[in-house]
Design a protein around this ligand. Structure first.
Ligand code: HEM
Ligand code: CU
Length: 562
């Protein structure tokens, strides 16, 4: 093929687009959306079961649906989408060809086959071990095997990404250092290698155990290694969705970070401090000492949190700087009021940023404090927290960038533009609801992963305050709203890919510098006159401090000192 057939030029960003990379991005994104659909449906069923008035599923189906839900959304949807992000951030943003598309396809098929095997194992009914699959609960060997095949496929994708960075550097397809979004993706990919290695260390013995070759696995050891994978994989998600925030701000508004160096350093902090921080999942473990817990969570965890707080300031800061440069300088908030709220990519990104910070971030630090953890451990507070991070944060950010990928990569106009405009708001409202109401119910003591809080068939029952039942009902309603938002996303995206008008195509030619081309170059905004961001950060810290101390008060009420 002639060069001009292997590459095309993107009319809006001026980027040179490698068609094999583009096809891989399409395949991974489509697979991701399909599994989000399946996993989201399971999530809705789980939420409707936990609503005592509805109590949709019988017990065995509840645990099956809960397992399938966690796997399909947190593992399959997110990692397929991350593969698309890695290929976009390497080949596309660096104007390069993708290293070994054949290996990338092999990775894709392994992930797909692995995901199908895990789903089949779960649906067959004897693998309802839930997302964490703690031993001594045992799933069928197919469950662990599918998991491993999926993971190896994802590992291949990471190496294709690294290889592409090398090729781009050798073939000098970009100037200076790699752009910030690529740097963020690199952070995610490095963490992914560590994550997948930990996954292999824990899942290979577990597979052998479920086949009967190994007779015993120590539950405490299992938990520690499992969380080396489980927690790190969340840091992949955070790195990837923060990279997506920067990408959207750059493509939609031409926004540059306040200081590119500081933003890079913040990404680096994720790599340096996250693994030890995974100890926060072991805070009530009797087998580990308090010294171990406090050391590992206090220092390392807060340094990783600091990384997120830096991004949480510089992303709105970069938007404020870009908007002010455009002349929106009246008052403290004109830049924000006149932001493109009707653009679903921007709206989704900003909602993701706010909800991730306020709901996910604050609740995470509260729960990561050893003493406070005692009042919410294993309650619904935990899923409340992580739906704020992985759904309101990561999932919403990925949804938002899809609205840019459809025209840029799939080369289709969006259909149902009115739906697209509303979708981020509907989904964000639903997810904010499920996060808050689950956290609320958890604060009142409602446990997580329990089929029936009324305890109708239990020997010992416990009477929750009426508010807990109210929270579970509101959670069910919010789940319906989130599901509506999810369906809107799927209809718009799949509909646009299939039926959207084709966008114009250009052959490679000298790129025109448009605003969106910032995403391939970056640099810093070079201003610190950002009063609006200053106010937002102030509100955030006030909320943080107040909520933190409220929880110490709750704790003091657990053991009244008289
Ligand atoms: C329509 C959207 C969603 C709804 C209504 C929903 C609802 C729920 C509910 C009610 C639970 C059970 C809590 C419990 O009983 O312990 C749950 C668990 C969970 N959800 Fe979601 N969820 C949604 C989307 C997502 C997404 C997009 C992700 C990941 C990106 C996710 C990840 C998880 C995980 C990992 C679990 C824990 C599974 C386990 O305990 O083994 N959810 N969800
Ligand atoms: Cu964690």
């Amino acid at each position: 093929m002639a060069i001009s057939e292997v590459f095309r030029t993107c009319p809006s960003t001026g980027l040179k687009i490698h068609r094999p990379a583009e096809n891989l991005i399409k395949a991974n994104a489509v697979a991701a959306v399909v599994f989000l659909t399946v996993g989201g449906l399971f999530g809705l069923m789980v939420a409707l079961t936990r609503w005592p008035t509805v109590h949709l599923l019988p017990a065995d189906w509840f645990y099956l649906a809960l397992t399938a839900h966690g796997l399909d959304v947190l593992l399959v949807w997110i990692i397929f989408f991350e593969m698309a992000v890695l290929y976009f951030a390497s080949a596309i943003l660096l104007n390069s060809r993708l290293a070994t598309p054949r290996w990338a396809w092999l990775g894709f098929w392994m992930m797909l086959i692995g995901a199908l095997i895990v789903n089949a194992a779960v649906l067959a009914g004897n693998s309802s071990v839930m997302f964490t699959s703690y031993v001594p609960m045992q799933a069928s060997p197919w469950f662990y095997l599918g998991f491993l095949i999926f993971a190896v496929g994802a590992l291949i994708g990471c190496f294709v990404f690294f290889g592409t960075l090398v090729i781009a550097k050798e073939e000098k397809t970009y100037e200076g250092s790699i752009p910030l979004v690529t740097f963020g993706a690199l952070t995610a990919a490095i963490i992914a290698v560590f994550t997948i290695a930990s996954g292999a260390i824990i899942l290979i013995p577990t597979l052998l155990w479920s086949v009967g070759i190994i007779s015993y696995i120590d539950p405490l050891m299992y938990k520690i290694v499992w969380w080396a994978m489980g927690h790190s994989s969340q840091q992949i998600n955070v790195s990837a969705h923060v990279a997506v925030w920067y990408a959207i701000a750059a493509i939609v508004l031409g926004a540059k970070p306040i200081s590119e160096k500081v933003s890079r350093m913040a990404f680096l902090m994720y790599i340096l401090f996250l693994q030890i921080a995974s100890a926060h999942h072991m805070l009530v473990e009797p087998g580990m000492s308090s010294t171990w817990k406090i050391f590992n969570t206090s220092y390392a965890m807060y340094l990783a949190v600091l990384g997120s707080m830096i991004h949480g300031m510089t992303v709105p800061g970069s938007i404020e700087a870009a908007q002010r440069a455009r002349g929106l300088t009246n008052g403290i908030f004109e830049w924000l009021r006149k932001a493109p709220w009707g653009n679903p990519a921007f709206a989704g990104m900003f909602l993701s940023l706010v909800l991730f910070g306020f709901l996910g971030g604050i609740s995470g630090v509260v729960m990561g404090t050893e003493q406070l953890n005692l009042i919410m451990h294993n309650t619904l507070y935990v899923p409340g927290h992580f739906h704020a991070t992985v759904v309101a944060g990561t999932t919403l950010a990925f949804m938002a960038i899809t609205y840019l990928l459809v025209p840029l990569i799939f080369q289709r106009e969006l259909i149902l533009k009115g739906w697209a405009k509303l979708q981020p708001y509907v989904f964000a409202a639903g997810v904010a609801g499920i996060s808050l109401f689950m956290m609320g119910a958890g604060t009142l003591g409602v446990p997580r992963r329990v089929w029936d809080i009324t305890g109708a068939d239990a020997v010992l029952t416990f009477d929750y305050p009426a508010t807990a039942y109210l929270m579970m009902g509101l959670n069910g309603l919010s789940a319906i709203l989130a599901a509506v938002g999810g369906v809107m996303y799927i209809v718009v995206v799949v509909g646009s890919i299939l039926f959207g008008e084709r966008t114009a195509e250009k052959k490679p030619e000298p790129a025109v510098a448009t605003e969106a081309s910032v995403v391939g170059h970056y640099g810093s905004a070079g201003t610190l006159k950002l009063p609006g961001t200053g106010v937002l950060v102030g509100v955030f810290f006030t909320a943080f401090v107040l909520y933190y101390f409220v929880n110490w008060k709750f704790l003091s009420e657990v053991w009244p000192l008289r």
